[in-house]
Design a protein around this ligand. Structure first.
Ligand SMILES: Cc1ncc(COP(=O)(O)O)c(C=O)c1O
Length: 382
């Protein structure tokens, strides 16, 4: 048996999505910028996809820009807002995805902005009181805080942060890569200037994403070139990707309640089974709290054992695909910046299970039994 529990890294392409994409790879191959019939036909497909994405998120088509993925969308939002509004200060957290963290750190290193980090507690929760102090005591800021953390699953209260940003006239970007198509985003309600999506995180193709830009927030091209994406992103469009993204988002929204309930059942089962089978198991961040974490992510902390370094490798050999991450024990150890930040004991091993609609209860049982068996063998050897 094999089990794939790395859906936060990427998901399997939905067959229905593939079928929607196929004609754009074969007969409808025109360049959307061409003015002849081949080009025009494909242009209308791209614009239909944009309209569909916008409609689902309760936004206008002109507010959606297709990009190569979440990373480019995050980069564009951050760089554009700093340039457009002449911002000199940004606030983020140390547990953001590198698409955000490295971009802001680069801007700080090159003297373009001053960067502040909001305090987090040991569960990785953002200290909203500290965020308010940072907003009060600095010039107009960009706030970049993710909606759902890809490693520990913590969910941020977008409304609470949005209210603070509105009050202090800050620009708010949220990396919504892990919540897009898994949670509903209503852009008429959200007080965000930018949110982002990446299709391969919700059963769409890789290499395609989008950036939502609130009306009135002018952006600058991140990739210079042709006039595509209304002059904001040069380069011939990834047409089949765009169509696949729109279809995957549509299916994600259509089946959201059903998949959520299925996946929550799997996560709950895994929490119980791990507690039953592995003494001393705990959960990182808020990932064991169903209402306060991504239902797709469970970050597990395992008691120290001789297995630590080889754990993921051994699980892979046994047929269970998961991600890991350790807290850095020393300055030279490149571990997970997220686990290091929330000061997870570096002697413990960490495994991230991330779930998707194709996972089954049998796979959960198989994964827990595999892990428990590896621990049992290890303790016999000790
Ligand atoms: C929270 C978060 N942001 C951004 C990204 C980057 O997305 P992409 O792979 O589409 O560039 C990822 C993917 O790992 C992610 O989990």
């Amino acid at each position: 048996m094999k089990a794939y529990f790395d859906n936060a890294a990427t998901t399997r392409l939905d067959q229905e999505v593939l079928e929607t994409m196929m004609p754009l790879m074969t007969e409808a191959f025109g360049n959307p910028s061409s003015i002849h019939s081949y080009g025009r036909a494909v242009r209308s497909v791209v614009e239909r996809a944009r309209k569909s994405v916008a409609g689902i998120l309760n936004a206008a088509p002109a507010e959606i820009f297709f990009t190569s993925g979440g990373t480019e969308a995050d980069n564009t939002a951050i760089r554009s807002s700093i340039e457009t509004f002449g911002l000199k200060h940004a606030i983020t957290s140390k547990i953001e995805h590198h698409a955000v963290l490295h971009t802001l750190e680069h801007l700080a290193k090159t003297g373009q902005i001053q960067l502040s980090f909001v305090n987090l507690n040991e569960k990785g929760e953002v200290d909203l009181g500290h965020l308010e102090v940072l907003l009060q005591t600095n010039s107009r800021s960009l706030v970049s805080l993710m909606h759902g953390n890809n490693e520990i699953g913590n969910l941020l209260d977008l409304n609470a942060v949005g209210d603070l940003c509105e009050h202090y006239d800050a620009i708010f970007h949220s990396d919504t890569v892990q919540t897009m198509a898994h949670y509903k985003h209503d852009l008429q309600q959200l007080k965000t200037n930018f949110i982002v999506g990446s299709a391969h995180k919700f059963h769409g193709p890789k290499g395609i994403g989008f950036l939502y830009v609130k009306p009135g927030t002018k952006i600058f091209p991140f990739v210079h070139g042709g006039a595509q994406e209304r002059n904001m992103r040069g380069g011939t469009e990834n047409v089949y990707g765009i169509v696949g993204l729109a279809k995957a988002l549509e299916l994600g929204y259509r089946d959201m309640a059903e998949h959520r309930s299925h996946i929550e059942g799997l996560k709950t089962r895994m929490i119980h089974k791990l507690r039953e089978n592995i003494e001393g198991v705990t959960f990182n961040g808020k990932s064991a709290l169903l209402d306060e974490s991504l239902y797709t992510v469970l970050s597990v902390s395992l008691p120290p054992s001789g297995l630590n370094d080889m754990l993921l490798f051994n699980m892979d050999i046994a047929g269970v695909a998961v991600s890991g991450g350790s807290a850095c024990a020393s300055g030279t150890d490149v571990g997970s910046h997220v686990l290091t930040e929330i000061q997870i004991n570096p002697d413990r091993a960490n495994v991230r299970f991330s779930f998707g609609k194709y996972n089954t209860t049998e796979e959960v049982d198989f994964a827990v039994n595999t892990l428990a068996e590896l621990y049992r063998k290890e303790s016999v050897m000790l």
